[in-house]
Design a protein around this ligand. Structure first.
Ligand SMILES: Nc1nc2c(ncn2[C@@H]2O[C@H](COP(=O)(O)OP(=O)(O)OP(=O)(O)O)[C@@H](O)[C@H]2O)c(=O)[nH]1
Ligand SMILES: [Mg+2]
Length: 456
């Protein structure tokens, strides 16, 4: 059941995280915000007028018991220039759980209700200050694990995704206007309406732009959730040494004995701001003992689900027939060739034909050479995105909008009737409307805002 949104109540919550801190902030939003402040706050300044967006020093006093609860700073922000577009009050208390709760209780006792998680942001959305993609960007900013993730969420908050969707919608709305004329006046000379221009708009602008956004959705997923990068190769080529070097810690055992690593070892590492699940594997070879054989099976399994494989070979020995054999079994994956042991290699290895088109990085895992270049190559792989990262919800809607746009185009090309064309067009517009929150249903909104923490 979708929750009933009651925008008329004044809401309050502790907006800073739980636990002790230097300060803790309580936020109030709604019509009663200022009245509540005036009732429980005694400013030091006499005859205080509460100028909007100005900070006042004073005490929170329980009006019934005339007891000072805390020494605070308070600010009143008059609507609409506020986070929610409603009157907002913030009270900066000492950051103790007990104090914050006492103050919150006073506020609730004087007419506010406790806010739901995300309710401040939901009100900003419902009051039209932000669209749904921006509200979701706020969630992403709060939960981002890497700097890159924060940057992308900030761009979305600034409207990167909204603007792209909006420009596609404008083109469709223009087509709809022309179509409506031919529906409303079917007896007029419909031939005047030339659909080839519409088809061009769809084929040259709408469809490619939707496809591009869908592609960035996959790349956006990479930035939010990270990629699985697997280090693979023959025994003893230096896979575990590379893992340790990238992690900057002696995580995996390294020995000169081939077959040292027998299980997969994985750790998370931040590569140029991108979250990477880095996996070291058992060296793959024939005639291994039972334990090693199990490790090799695991290596094969993880290679299969890898987003990227670092294919390592011993630079001193060059690419052997065995390397090539192994390579052929992993060549269907996105790959970077890594020539290790640069310190003892004569120079760049001669590559067999099957490998020459692949990116090659020469490193020494033991002596930490070429590691920055390797990181850059991993980062600049296929996940270079441009400031726009649709999430899974957006992706689903984009895919449906794309289907509708393609159907619409077929309709134009094959001379569909105006009312059928109008149906596909409206469907396309509705899916785009879902993304920005104009046609989104209440239960979907609930799911989105429930992801927020309390007080946001
Ligand atoms: N000279 C040189 N030796 C290296 C380099 N990197 C690794 N080695 C050595 O190569 C040997 C094998 O290194 P590991 O990292 O254990 O190799 P591996 O690929 O994990 O081996 P397995 O776990 O057996 O599959 C060790 O003696 C390392 O010190 C390097 O850059 N230069
Ligand atoms: Mg190893």
């Amino acid at each position: 059941m979708p929750k009933v949104v009651d925008n008329t109540q004044t809401i309050a919550a502790i907006s800073t995280p739980p636990g002790a801190g230097g300060i803790g902030i309580i936020r109030i939003s709604g019509d009663k915000a200022l009245d509540i402040l005036v009732t429980i706050f005694k400013p030091l300044k006499k005859n205080c007028e509460y100028t909007s967006h100005q900070l006042y020093y004073g005490n929170i006093v329980d009006p019934v018991q005339s007891r000072i609860v805390d020494e605070v700073l308070a600010v009143y922000m008059r609507a609409p220039a506020t986070y929610t577009r409603e009157d907002v009050v913030e009270i900066h208390c000492h950051g103790s759980y007990l104090i914050l709760h006492s103050v919150l209780e006073l506020i609730i006792g004087h007419g506010a209700v406790l806010a739901e998680p995300g309710e401040f942001t939901k009100r900003a959305f419902l009051n039209g200050r932000i669209d749904l993609t921006k509200a979701e960007a706020v969630i992403d900013i709060l939960s981002a694990k890497t700097k890159k993730g924060v940057d992308l969420a900030q761009e979305q908050l600034a409207g990167a995704l909204y603007n792209r969707i909006d420009s596609i919608r404008k083109m469709l709305v223009h087509i709809r206007a022309v179509l409506e004329v031919s529906i409303d006046f079917p007896d007029e000379d419909v031939d005047i309406v030339d659909h080839s221009g519409h088809s061009n708009t769809l084929v040259q602008d709408v469809i490619p732009q939707l496809e591009k956004l869908l592609k960035s959705a996959d790349q956006g997923k990479v930035m939010r959730e990270g990629v699985t990068v697997v280090i693979a190769g023959q025994p003893n080529v230096g896979k575990s040494s590379l893992l340790n070097t990238l992690l900057q810690e002696e995580r995996a055992l390294v020995t000169a004995i081939p077959g040292t690593t027998r299980d997969t070892i994985e750790e998370y590492v931040d590569i140029n701001g991108m979250p990477v699940r880095l996996v070291d594997t058992a060296g793959i070879r024939e005639n291994a003992d039972l334990v090693e054989e199990l490790g090799i099976k695991r290596a094969r399994d993880i290679i299969n689900i890898a987003d990227l494989v670092l294919f390592l070979f011993d630079g001193a020995e060059g690419v052997s027939a065995r390397d090539l054999e192994l390579f052929e079994t992993v060549a269907h994956k996105p790959l970077i060739l890594v020539q290790n042991k640069l310190d003892v290699a004569a120079g760049k290895a001669v590559l067999p034909e099957a490998m020459v088109i692949l990116p090659l990085v020469m490193i020494s895992a033991r002596h930490q050479q070429g590691i920055d270049e390797l990181k850059d190559t991993i980062f600049s792989g296929q996940w270079q995105e441009e400031g726009c990262v649709p999430n899974l919800r957006h992706k689903k809607a984009l895919a449906k909008a794309l289907d509708a746009a393609k159907r619409l185009n077929e309709g134009f090309v094959f001379g569909g009737t105006s009312d059928l064309l109008a149906i596909d067009l409206q469907e396309c517009l509705d899916y785009l409307g879902d993304i920005v929150g104009e046609t989104t249903t209440e239960d979907v909104l609930d799911v989105i805002f429930e992801q927020f923490c309390l007080g946001k």
